[in-house]
Design a protein around this ligand. Structure first.
Ligand code: MRU
Length: 359
């Protein structure tokens, strides 16, 4: 059995409710964009690539059942629903990138006199289905490239000990994962000695989800408290740190789960290569200032309570940013994409060259 976060069968969407994991495996049907927005916002599905895929497929599910009078009505519907989906989780750029691309595509079809309202609906659904299919292929590619780069940097060893943060696996994507995908590829090649994963407070994506994936896949893994990470580097000799990304700017500054920045600072202290694993769908090439990335604030309750039980002192004020921005200069291993592993300063020029070549 393989783990599957997103199911799309006969134009019906369901998601594995990640707030129920690891104790219960419960799929929830998503039939409309409003439901898609809600499962993303509540973090029943999360992880930057999965957010975009579920958002787009919720649109596909809704338009496959709807009736439209004409093409303009279809286009207006698609445009307004995509604009709404972008607001569900603002830091991850994947949904915004997908919305921009899909709006452009739909507008082009709308202006084509050969295309009917039904064609526009059908082609939009196919576009969303391709997003799902492409993500797995992209992740596999970037994971193999990342694994090779990690082994190249870990001179003199055949097996590595790595550290990861948050959840970047099958549960955060259409399948395989990004940073956890690299770890999976290391394992498949016989190069993984051990993976350490942080709890990832406050919402425990590491303890609940990454630990679940490691056990599920039989990878040699150990969970640690976030506050134990520097001591782990000091005492266990970590070869690489691998994290995902919610938004990478054109200079390589990276927004990712809160706590990523402090891991990168500690990695620098211990000269541990620090890798950001990000499909190009997570790159915001139009932005060159990481300080401008919108940082989502989550409800205090996600900090003060664990599984419904209050742990923090009642009445205390809370500050709960969901993400931080790691400066590019701390990303010493590189940015792992499906097109290659790039130093942050080379990211834009390398991606521009690849895009020019494919024109
Ligand atoms: O708040 P979350 O759980 O959506 O945060 C997830 C992360 O920070 C991941 O590292 C990122 O989205 C990449 S997932 C491949």
């Amino acid at each position: 059995m393989t783990l599957q976060a997103i199911k799309w069968e006969d134009r019906k969407l369901s998601i594995l409710d990640q707030l129920q994991l690891p104790l219960r495996t419960l799929y929830r049907a998503v039939t409309t964009v409003d439901e898609g927005w809600s499962v993303i916002n509540k973090m029943q599905v999360r992880g930057a690539p999965a957010i975009a895929i579920v958002g787009c497929l919720s649109l596909a599910a809704e338009i496959s059942q709807a009736t439209f009078e004409d093409k303009t009505q279809v286009l207006d519907f698609i445009t307004s629903k995509l604009d709404h989906l972008v607001t569900a989780r603002p830091t991850a750029v994947n949904m915004a990138n997908a919305a921009e691309d899909l709006k452009k595509y739909a507008k082009g079809l709308h202006n084509d006199s050969q295309i009917s309202a039904l064609d526009l609906v059908e082609k939009t659904i196919k576009w969303c289905e391709k997003l799902l299919a492409d993500d797995v292929a992209t992740n596999k590619k970037l994971s193999d490239l990342g694994a090779t780069s990690v082994m190249d940097s870990a001179t003199g060893v055949t097996k590595v000990r790595v550290l990861t943060h948050c959840n970047t696996g099958t549960l955060a994507t259409a399948g395989y994962g990004t940073a956890l995908g690299v770890i999976r590829s290391l394992h498949a090649a016989g190069n993984l000695e051990h993976v350490f994963c942080t709890e990832t407070r406050p919402y425990n994506q590491g303890a609940r989800l990454t630990a679940y994936e490691l056990v599920f896949e039989g990878l040699p893994g150990t969970l640690l408290c976030d506050s134990a990470a520097a001591w782990l580097m000091q005492t266990k000799g970590i070869h690489a740190i691998l994290v995902g990304a919610d938004r990478v700017d054109s200079k390589g500054n990276t927004a990712n789960k809160i706590g990523t920045f402090q891991l990168a600072v500690a990695a620098k202290h211990f000269s541990v290569p620090f890798y950001v694993c990000a499909p190009t769908t997570s790159i915001d090439i139009s932005l060159d200032d990481g300080h401008k990335i919108p940082i989502e604030q989550r409800p205090s309750q996600e900090m003060t309570h664990v599984a419904g039980t209050q742990l923090a002192a009642p009445g205390i004020n809370c500050w709960n940013p969901a993400f931080d921005v790691t400066p590019a200069e701390l990303i010493t291993g590189g940015i792992v994409t499906e097109h290659g592993v790039f130093k942050p300063q080379d990211l834009k020029s390398s991606l521009d060259a690849i895009s020019n070549k494919s024109k």
